[in-house]
Design a protein around this ligand. Structure first.
Ligand SMILES: [Zn+2]
Length: 81
Protein backbone atom coordinates (compact mmCIF):
# COMPACT_ATOMS: atom_id res chain seq x y z
CA UNK A 1 0.00 0.00 0.00
CA UNK A 2 2.05 2.93 -1.21
CA UNK A 3 0.08 4.99 -3.63
CA UNK A 4 -2.49 7.42 -2.26
CA UNK A 5 -6.08 6.77 -3.22
CA UNK A 6 -7.43 9.21 -5.77
CA UNK A 7 -11.16 9.85 -5.91
CA UNK A 8 -12.44 7.73 -8.84
CA UNK A 9 -14.96 10.46 -9.67
CA UNK A 10 -13.17 13.80 -9.50
CA UNK A 11 -9.52 12.72 -9.20
CA UNK A 12 -8.93 14.54 -5.92
CA UNK A 13 -6.71 13.09 -3.22
CA UNK A 14 -8.59 13.26 0.07
CA UNK A 15 -6.44 14.31 3.03
CA UNK A 16 -4.04 11.44 3.80
CA UNK A 17 -4.92 9.60 0.60
CA UNK A 18 -6.42 6.66 2.48
CA UNK A 19 -9.50 4.94 1.11
CA UNK A 20 -11.50 5.87 4.20
CA UNK A 21 -10.71 9.56 3.69
CA UNK A 22 -11.79 9.17 0.09
CA UNK A 23 -15.07 7.61 1.28
CA UNK A 24 -15.59 10.56 3.63
CA UNK A 25 -14.87 12.92 0.76
CA UNK A 26 -17.47 11.16 -1.41
CA UNK A 27 -20.16 11.38 1.23
CA UNK A 28 -19.16 14.94 2.05
CA UNK A 29 -19.33 16.02 -1.59
CA UNK A 30 -22.49 14.07 -2.33
CA UNK A 31 -23.12 15.61 -5.74
CA UNK A 32 -24.66 13.67 -8.62
CA UNK A 33 -21.45 12.17 -10.11
CA UNK A 34 -20.29 10.93 -6.70
CA UNK A 35 -23.71 9.49 -5.88
CA UNK A 36 -23.83 7.76 -9.26
CA UNK A 37 -20.40 6.16 -8.76
CA UNK A 38 -21.48 4.68 -5.42
CA UNK A 39 -24.75 3.42 -6.88
CA UNK A 40 -22.85 1.91 -9.83
CA UNK A 41 -20.92 -0.29 -7.37
CA UNK A 42 -24.20 -1.94 -6.45
CA UNK A 43 -24.47 0.12 -3.27
CA UNK A 44 -27.02 2.76 -2.37
CA UNK A 45 -25.52 6.15 -1.61
CA UNK A 46 -28.65 7.27 0.23
CA UNK A 47 -28.89 4.10 2.35
CA UNK A 48 -25.21 4.31 3.28
CA UNK A 49 -25.60 7.98 4.17
CA UNK A 50 -28.62 7.27 6.35
CA UNK A 51 -26.87 4.35 8.04
CA UNK A 52 -23.82 6.49 8.71
CA UNK A 53 -26.00 9.20 10.24
CA UNK A 54 -28.10 6.87 12.38
CA UNK A 55 -25.69 4.19 13.59
CA UNK A 56 -22.51 4.59 15.64
CA UNK A 57 -19.12 3.87 14.10
CA UNK A 58 -17.87 4.23 10.56
CA UNK A 59 -19.52 1.22 8.93
CA UNK A 60 -20.65 3.06 5.80
CA UNK A 61 -17.27 4.72 5.36
CA UNK A 62 -15.48 1.40 5.80
CA UNK A 63 -17.75 -0.40 3.35
CA UNK A 64 -17.38 2.29 0.69
CA UNK A 65 -13.62 2.41 1.34
CA UNK A 66 -13.43 -1.30 0.43
CA UNK A 67 -15.04 -0.61 -2.93
CA UNK A 68 -12.79 2.40 -3.53
CA UNK A 69 -9.72 0.25 -2.78
CA UNK A 70 -10.90 -2.50 -5.11
CA UNK A 71 -11.44 0.04 -7.86
CA UNK A 72 -7.99 1.56 -7.31
CA UNK A 73 -6.37 -1.90 -7.44
CA UNK A 74 -8.23 -2.71 -10.62
CA UNK A 75 -7.06 0.51 -12.23
CA UNK A 76 -3.48 -0.07 -11.11
CA UNK A 77 -3.57 -3.57 -12.59
CA UNK A 78 -4.95 -2.24 -15.85
CA UNK A 79 -2.16 0.32 -16.02
CA UNK A 80 0.46 -2.42 -15.66
CA UNK A 81 -1.24 -4.39 -18.43
ZN1 LIG B 1 -14.37 13.20 -5.60
Amino acid sequence: MGDPIICPVCGKKAKTGSAIDCARHMFGTGDKPHRQWVDAQGLSFIDLLIEQATTPGNKSYELLAEYIEKDAQKKAAEKKG
